[in-house]
Write a protein that binds this ligand. Structure first.
Ligand code: PLP
Length: 398
């Protein structure tokens, strides 16, 4: 999210997150209305026919579209600088419906191997069951992407920074390779957030979010969103979205819509704290290694500078002494809670090898850079000094 004005409206993003996409009912409510309805009624049979055949604009069924969901989608499109957005029931509904929109039997997909466990399942297990082959590559190595492309490659998929160790993939580089081969690039931008990275501007064709994370930001609802051109959303995505049922609940859309009002403030503050804590943790003798995209010692520091406007709200750390010490550290923390979620107002820490990435084999864990001492830390909105003191007392007890 840069601070430049949106050409569509003439306002800057923080303003759009408060007002963008709002549609007022005849009551003139200040806060966006929650249209908790499955269906819609019509003045006449003729009006219903016109609505169904597209002669009259309007809603027909909330599996297709709903006014509260529409407001969330419009606000997300403004945030991302995308032509369009479609809400989904979860981040995984966004990933699966977006990927299904890109491929058919006989096609081929290339994906970075360092993926969220469920994303890895979609590309490496689910798609192959339907005749779509998948090649996994080290996402940080552009030569591997190039070598993996085939005449029938239709989609490339990546997360950057990756979950959990925050490796950064050159999105513009992969987009160029994908486009040369006639494939679309789909980017899961959850860890960067729209605040710090704009994959569409870097050449990606589709961006997906788990809105469950920073967009809600307060740990309440599941949700997701797919952002792309109207052409992709109407021609490739629409039928899969309408007829397989990954629709976003109006209630959850309303939570997400209100979450977006404070999204810029929250993400800025959480990123500021994450940077401070990453630097202090890096100096601690009980920590072997810190992974943070804003630091000079990040393995892809040059790519970070090129494509990210800020660091991340996430920090990964390797605790000296493996799983035993990592568990001890988690158990000794008081303010920071043990949880596998992220992007919350509450600081959360998890041990990926035994939780989010438990499905991975030892080889896959190693390929993803996840050790037995690796912890993933999602920085919340608590005072940064309280978070540091929590780490200090917990590290002292090891
Ligand atoms: C959480 C997450 C998802 C899945 O989102 P859900 O809302 O839990 O379905 C996908 N990708 C990344 C990177 C995530 O962190």
């Amino acid at each position: 999210m840069s601070e430049t004005k949106k050409p569509e409206t003439g306002y800057r993003p923080a303003t759009e997150m408060v007002h963008g996409g709002a549609m007022r009912s005849q009551w003139g409510e200040t806060s966006e209305a929650l249209f908790m309805t499955q269906g819609y009624v019509y003045d006449s049979a003729e009006a219903q026919e016109a609505r169904f055949n597209g002669e009259e604009p309007g809603y027909v069924y909330s599996r297709y579209a709903n006014p509260t969901v529409s407001m969330f989608e419009s606000r997300m499109a403004l945030l991302e600088g995308a032509e369009g957005a479609r809400g989904t029931a979860s981040g995984m509904a966004a990933v699966s419906s977006a990927m299904l929109s890109c491929v058919k039997a006989g096609d081929h997909v290339v994906a970075a191997s360092a993926l969220f466990g469920s994303c890895l399942y979609i590309v490496s297990e689910l798609l192959p069951r339907f005749g779509v082959e998948c090649t996994l590559v080290d996402g940080t190595n552009l030569e591997e992407w190039k070598a993996a492309m085939r005449p029938n490659t239709r989609a490339c998929f990546l997360e950057s920074p990756t979950n959990p160790v925050l490796s950064v993939i050159d999105i513009a580089g992969v987009a160029e390779i994908a486009h040369e081969a006639g494939a679309k690039l789909v980017v899961d931008n959850v860890f960067a957030t729209a605040m710090w990275q704009s994959p569409l501007a870097l050449g990606a064709d589709v961006v997906i979010y788990s809105a469950t994370k920073h967009i809600d930001g307060q740990g309440r609802c599941l949700g997701g969103v797919v952002l792309s051109t109207e052409q992709f959303l109407e021609e490739e995505f629409k039928d899969i979205h309408r007829h397989t049922g990954p629709s976003l609940s109006p209630f959850n859309a309303w939570i997400m819509l209100k979450g977006l009002e404070t999204f810029p403030l929250r993400v800025k503050e959480q990123t500021l704290s994450a940077g401070i804590l990453a630097d202090r943790l890096a100096e601690h003798k009980a920590i072997d290694r810190i992974f943070y995209p804003g630091r000079e010692d990040h393995p892809q520091a040059d790519v970070c500078k090129k494509q990210m406007r800020g660091g991340s709200t996430m920090v990964a750390l390797n605790v000296a002494g493996g799983k035993e010490k990592a568990f001890q550290l988690e158990n000794a923390l008081k303010v920071i809670k043990i949880s596998n979620n992220l992007g919350d107002a509450k600081s959360l820490i998890t041990h990926p090898a035994t939780t989010t990435h438990q499905r991975l084999t030892d080889d896959q864990l190693a390929a993803a850079g996840i050790g037995q001492g690796t912890l993933r830390f999602s920085v919340g909105l608590e005072n940064v000094e309280d978070l540091w003191e929590d780490f200090e007392q917990a590290l002292a007890s090891l």
